[in-house]
Design a protein around this ligand. Sequence first.
Ligand code: TYM
Length: 343
Amino acid sequence: KQVIFSGIQPTGVPHLGNYLGALQQWVRLQNSAGPSTKLLYSVVDLHAITVQQDPKQLRQWRREVLATLIAIGLNPDRSILFYQSSVQAHAELMWILSCTASMGYLSRMTQWKSKLSLKDDASPLDTGSKAKLKLGLFSYPVLQAADIMVHRATHVPVGEDQSQHLEFARECVTNFNHAYGPHLVEPTTITSPAKRVMSLQDARQKMSKSHPDPRSRIVLTDTPNEIKRKVMSALTDSTNAVSYDPENRPGVSNLLELLSHLDESGRTPSELGSVYSNLNLKEFKTILSDALSESLSTFRDQYHKIMAEDEGRYLDHVAIKGAKKARESAEETMVLVREAIGF
Ligand code: TYM
């Protein structure tokens, strides 16, 4: 039986990287799944608090991300949409997996290592900064493994930046099954063609929610004007012409890649590079920003409609229904796990 699981952190309205790298694939999987396939998509609020959040802001972001999932085309009657914190089994299984997970493996994760060096850069005077890093940030991948395993997920659609976490999840399955018997399922990673969408301000960095410069990302709710402003100020190079050359012209090439992901006839970035080779950068950026506005317009309307509807009561209803189904799904696994451990 196929079970599809994935998650997204409620740390603001998702951006184009989230959409092209993951969310769009979630919808495709939903729409092509046979009736026996179970789909679960979670707003992972337990993961979000590995960095301290303002409670009011977090509550708002959870709703915004849930509304986003519905507005992009996930159907709450087909896919189970839920807040991670409303299904306690995620945290319970995390603890159990912690008891067979390896510290050495965790300390080699790039996300953790990047946090270590970031702290050092941020404040060289603060010699205690490593000690102040939070345990939750270190064990973050164990919770992610639990998310996947508690629903016996067979397939996990994510962007490329999550592949190391997925590898670790498979390691958790091996360790647990070795200790207690073959009760947990090994998940397969599904990556979309847009596995790594790059920043508009630096084509060597991925587009991310946490980057301080908001011009580096297109947020899904951006208006056509905002989109235009961001695309126009996207960092390119001093050659005022269009060509696809990721090595030497990462900025323009990144924009061609974006356009290619939106292109309905599926032309590659290099094909589009030749198609638009007679344009200057300003003309080309106008084409890209129009294409972006156009492809996000339905989403934008849907999103605002959902947020306005019944002052959010609809979202509460979806969340309650989703939590109930997700609890049932998780409980099936937890019965086996508790039995196997001796509880
Ligand atoms: P998060 O919230 O950072 O991102 C959600 C999804 O968006 C993808 N993504 C990108 N894809 C391509 N290009 C980009 N620039 C880009 N930025 C983000 C991410 O790969 C992800 O698929 N740890 C996860 C959430 C999580 C999870 C899970 C995922 C928690 N438990 C279990 C899968 C299964 C995260 O922080 O995603």
